[in-house]
Design a protein. Sequence first.
Length: 351
Amino acid sequence: MERPAPTVILVTLEQRNEVEAMWRQPTLTPRLRERLEMVKAASLGADWDAIAVWSGRSARTVRHWLTRFTIGGIPALADAPRAGRPPAADAAYHAALDDLADRDPRAIGLPFDAWTSARLSAYLAETTGVRIAPSWLRALLIQHRFRCGRPKHTLDHLRDPDAVAACAAAIAEAGKKVANAPERYELHYQDETHVETNPYLAKQGHRIGRQQRIASVGVNRRVTVFGSRESRGRGRVEVVCGGQDSACFARYLAALDQRHATTGREIFLVLDHASCHTSPASARALAGRAAWLHLIWLAKYSPHLNEKEREWRYLKRDVRGGALWAAWRAICAHSWMRLWTDWIGWGERSD
């Protein structure tokens, strides 16, 4: 028969720190977490019947675990050992899994760049002697606060840190000049992207045996959009071309000429080292505008410094989603090289 327990449980500072440390453990079972919450509530003076209400347990169960804590402390809250085969993934396996899942496979001599559950299961079986099915291994990874996700490519290992820092400083300096004299200067981020002219085939429902057909343009011609945005949101310059060469870049510069003639401002132009920008013809065209066009060349492999890169996703999203499809087809049907003002013009725009 259980001893009667006091209404308020006395918890020492050492026990309180131990409880807080256990709560941060990713492998803490829900049953033990619930019992620790009972102990904390009772130590703060909560009524035991109230604890039974919010925990969803009977008053007898609450009294049982709080009495066990009073007699045996935190170790008394653990489940008794269960009969049957012990788990294959013991503490040593969990430690190896937690360490290995965070490591780069290439760093330990493996011929791949990313862990899959099957690869992880096979490697742990070889190194620990314990074979766990990939499906159950994924459940163990969740216990260790890992989630399944697609990795991202990075260019960090190809960048020159000094060149990136110098480029960022040049852009910041140009931004200060524009902020101090907005009526005299503009800062444009320039880039280009490709868009296909065929409709985007998204998944949709259809009757069994009747596959949906969508008319295409005949040839899935890919067009290139040359564009730039002004850093203070005062306009854009966009040109749709049939290719990505110096002739198309010259069309963009012609549109930039119109922008300069309209506003009368000098322009700082941020652009990368694409071949259409660095060809002899483009070099001559840029040199001829040196009086009002100031170039800031991006460091190699540093697209994160170009704010225009972030806008292309919205263009492709709207074209794919149909919001701009009619206007896009009209542009592509009538002209492969023209200033694109049907969607966003280069003129002044109020914020």
